[in-house]
Design a protein around this ligand. Structure first.
Ligand code: PLP
Length: 375
């Protein structure tokens, strides 16, 4: 059976051109980047070239880019460093962050290291900036604001410039989980008021298990993994050489095609939304679907019936891959904390469809046809 993959916000397929760029570093170019002989120097050069490509693409300085194991590690590091090294005693976040953020801030709070507040979320899923302003203005402690750039479940986009300016006004540190936007939108970090951002290669056709943490040059944090002197003494351990090469190649490819991919993929999203509206009664979309939202994510609520409760299972039987929430929690049947926060309606079943440049209208027609029978 042919499978239809509509879960690209969970992960994407590896682009063969990325694999090709990685291959030499999985085979003949195996040297440890810290070794001083030629094998090592070759590997070191590949890493530093990758760092330059990433920095240039994001409008950052190479010294501001640290390679990590992915989005989760990057966010954990930024949040813990803001508290432990930068004097933040109050974290302001939102109830709809990815668990990489939520569980980290809750851990620090429960451990007695920080106060914790959550901004209000509007019914359309956007952060209420007035609520953020109020929390910042009332805080007597230095704040860390941790708000994601794009929500992985409903797709809503945050105005990071507006949030960054507010943080500046109150001398707060700003971390933004940009895992869903790096590789999907252009960045100009030199002109973006943010201290930490994150990225994961597997969200834009790169390999899994490699990410970045951008640390603005104006903040100094302590090493986050102790041991060797890799990543300029900040993150010890032999580097994920081929992963890093793959990250840079995937980002480079994504950048050259931003506009074309965006146009095509947002066309698919709109098409599917219109088809669903036309053929299935009682559905609604979660988030600011047709407004300030990721072009690749469509989150749909279906009326709850005996049949629709089994929707993901039935989609899977038909070879259709979609999810109920973030991939990390979709195996657990507790529903989505994001959907609960914006629309706590127990009579609806939410499904996230997320697209990539290889999806087609024919695939969407097939999925809509199957959904008609399932609801
Ligand atoms: C918004 C967001 N943040 C963080 C992560 C975690 O990234 P990773 O799986 O690379 O650790 C993901 C995806 O899994 C995500 O969608």
């Amino acid at each position: 059976m042919k499978r239809i993959y509509l879960d690209n916000a969970a992960t994407t397929s590896l682009d063969p051109r990325v694999l090709e760029a990685m291959m030499p570093y999985l085979t003949e170019k195996f040297g440890n980047p810290s070794s001083i002989y030629s094998y090592g120097r070759e590997s070191r050069l590949a890493i530093e070239n990758a760092r330059k490509v990433v920095a240039k693409t994001l409008g950052a300085h190479p010294a501001e880019i640290f390679f990590t194991s992915g989005g989760t590690e990057s966010s954990n590091t930024a949040i813990c460093a803001a508290v432990r090294d930068l004097g933040c005693k109050h974290i302001i976040s939102s109830p709809i962050e990815h668990h990489a953020t939520t569980h980290t801030v809750e851990y620090l709070h429960q451990n007695g290291e920080t106060a914790l507040s959550f901004v209000k979320i509007r019914p359309d899923g956007h952060v209420d900036l007035e609520s953020l302003d109020q929390l910042l203005s009332k805080s007597e402690e230095k704040c860390l604001v941790s708000l994601m750039h794009a929500n992985n479940e409903i797709g809503n986009l945050l105005d990071i410039h507006a949030v960054g300016e507010l943080c500046k006004k109150y001398n707060a540190i700003f971390h933004s989980d940009t895992v869903q936007t790096v590789g999907h939108y252009p960045f100009d970090l030199r002109h973006t008021p943010v201290h930490f951002i994150t990225g994961a290669a597997h969200k834009f056709h790169g390999p899994k298990g490699v990410g970045i943490l951008y640390i603005n040059e104006n903040v100094q944090i302590k090493p986050f993994i102790h041991g060797g002197s890799q990543e300029r003494n900040m993150r010890a351990g032999t580097e994920n050489l081929y992963g890093i090469v793959g990250f840079a190649k995937a980002l480079e490819l994504a950048t050259t095609n931003y506009e074309a991919d965006r146009g095509y993929i947002s066309g698919l999203k709109t098409y599917m939304a219109k088809q669903l509206q036309q053929y299935i009664k009682g559905i609604h979309f979660n988030g600011d679907t047709f407004g300030n939202s990721l072009y690749a994510v469509l989150n749909v609520s279906f009326p709850k019936t005996e049949k629709s409760e089994m929707i993901l299972f039935n989609l899977d039987i038909n070879g259709i891959c979609a999810s109920g929430g973030s991939a990390c929690t979709s195996g657990v049947d507790i529903g989505s904390h994001v959907i609960r926060a914006i629309n706590n309606n127990p009579n609806l079943v939410a499904v996230r469809f997320s697209f990539n440049r290889d999806n087609t209208k024919e695939e969407i027609d097939f999925v809509v046809e199957k959904l008609k029978g399932m609801i």
